[in-house]
Write a protein that binds this ligand. Structure first.
Ligand code: PMT
Length: 419
């Protein structure tokens, strides 16, 4: 396995509410950043009585979000996007007041509104006086939140800032960091693996304004990159020109030509998993013009000479730092499965997903759904027509199983392992 920081590619939204323990959140931000996570922070009004927005933003290296109705914050990243772009939301410290709001669906500031609008897992690290913690109302709210799927970390027992002793101290930053690492290790079977995905078409220039391209939209490749990322992999997506947003948390490199795609992919190696879903032009124009070709009255149309492009899938499969698992696609208008098997052998990859393209049932290019057959050296597994993100999820499931099995058989994994 290519070792990466335990939280590489992870995004944590940290909500800091009012409490003396807010100072521990500063150390937590530092640990999370060191662990490779992206950290965005919401600081409540109460929280800003204990620590300053400046220290939070300096440590997180992002603006700090404080106001629900701030035009600046909402235009930069509104409360919905703040929660959507995070993999996990941690409320630390969580005051009794914020927990009460969460338990009762109250949304009267940025923190409570973001938490209510969230579709992400939420962890809470309570911090309060022992009497507040023990109050029946607080315990009722905790029960409700647990039933709603919120995970509690702590509180710990000990001496409080107010001088009283008991249950209510926020756990230490290191404990929160460990809890977050464990959460991602369990929910992320591909954590610590590096994956490369190619997507979209390539454009091969004819002259500075014209090119030869194809109808790939990038939907399939981007969906695979996003699914690998959701499974915890550290993903780099190398994409041709498409009209899609970057998948969240995925390092995305834009290229135009096959040669540029190859260079970008080689720069990503070594990695553990490579999925080549891009529709790469097999040929490029050898005599591409430096200036726009002009149509002249009576003149013959230009002749284009083609030369072969490098094969990215074959290059990755034969690379000295070959990924443990190399997967290609085969787009064919006839005999998709037998052509795919021939390509699997010729290009030296491990699996290939065959799609019979161009039919009304499965246009594949540009469509939202796809019908593929997973071809390995010894098996042929036709899948039903699925939405492209379902194809991606199913493929990632297979990848997870493969990596698990390979890990069990190999004591020492290596990204350069031969096939
Ligand atoms: O982008 P979408 O609109 O969502 O459509 C998805 C898709 C149909 C493009 C995708 O599912 C797909 O089939 N991608 C591969 C298309 C293709 O060009 O297939 P191919 O049979 O020409 O190439 C076989 C394999 O070799 C592919 O993995 C391709 O990425 C790779 N290849 C091809 C040529 C080349 N020079 N370098 C390559 O790496």
């Amino acid at each position: 396995m290519t070792m990466t920081a335990p939280l590489a590619g992870r995004s944590v939204l940290l909500v800091i509410s009012g409490g003396i323990a807010a100072y521990k959140s500063l150390e937590l931000i530092r640990l999370l950043r060191k662990g490779g996570a992206e950290v965005r922070c919401i600081l409540t009004k109460g929280g800003s009585e204990f620590i300053t927005p400046l220290s939070v933003s300096a440590l997180s290296e992002h603006p700090v979000y404080t106001d629900l109705f701030s035009l600046k914050d909402e235009s930069e990243m509104g409360h919905i996007r703040l929660s959507r772009e995070a993999d996990l939301i941690l409320v630390a410290p969580s005051s009794a007041d914020l927990m009460a709001k969460m338990a009762n669906g109250i949304a009267d500031d940025l923190a409570s509104t973001t938490l209510l609008a969230s579709n992400k897992p939420i962890m809470v690290a309570p911090a309060m006086n022992p009497e507040m913690w023990a109050k029946a109302s607080t315990q009722r709210n905790i029960e409700t939140l647990k039933q709603d799927g919120v995970t509690f970390i702590g509180p710990a027992s000990g001496e409080m800032a107010c001088g009283e002793t008991g249950l209510g101290r926020m756990v230490e930053a290191e404990d929160l960091f460990d809890a977050i690492c464990s959460y991602f290790a369990v929910s992320a079977p591909l954590a610590g693996y590096r994956a490369l995905v190619t997507s979209g078409p390539t454009y091969e220039p004819i002259d500075p304004v014209r090119f030869i391209g194809n109808r790939s939209s990038g939907k399939q490749g981007h969906a695979i990159a996003a699914a690998l990322r959701r499974a915890g992999a550290d993903v780099t997506l190398v994409t041709g020109p498409v009209a899609l947003p970057h998948p969240v948390g995925v390092r995305t490199i834009h290229i135009e030509t096959a040669a540029e795609m190859l260079a970008a992919c080689e720069a990503v190696l070594p990695c553990d998993i490579a999925v080549c879903a891009a529709a790469v032009a097999d040929w490029r124009v050898e005599n591409a013009a430096d200036h726009k070709m002009k149509k002249r009255a009576g003149a013959m149309p230009p002749t284009l000479n083609f030369t072969e492009n490098p094969d990215i899938l074959a290059t990755i499969s034969a690379h000295k730092t070959r990924p443990q698992l190399v997967i290609g696609f085969a787009a064919e208008t006839e005999d998709a499965v037998s052509s795919a098997r021939e390509k699997l052998v010729r290009k030296g990859c491990d699996w290939i997903l065959a799609n019979q393209v161009g039919t009304t049932e499965n246009p594949a290019f540009g469509a939202d759904s796809n019908q593929v057959t997973l071809v390995t050296r010894s098996t042929t597994d036709p899948w039903p027509t699925l939405a492209k993100n379902e194809v991606a999820e199913r493929l990632v499931e297979r990848i997870v199983n493969f990596m698990k099995e390979t890990d069990q058989t190999n004591d020492q994994r290596s990204p350069a392992k031969a096939s």
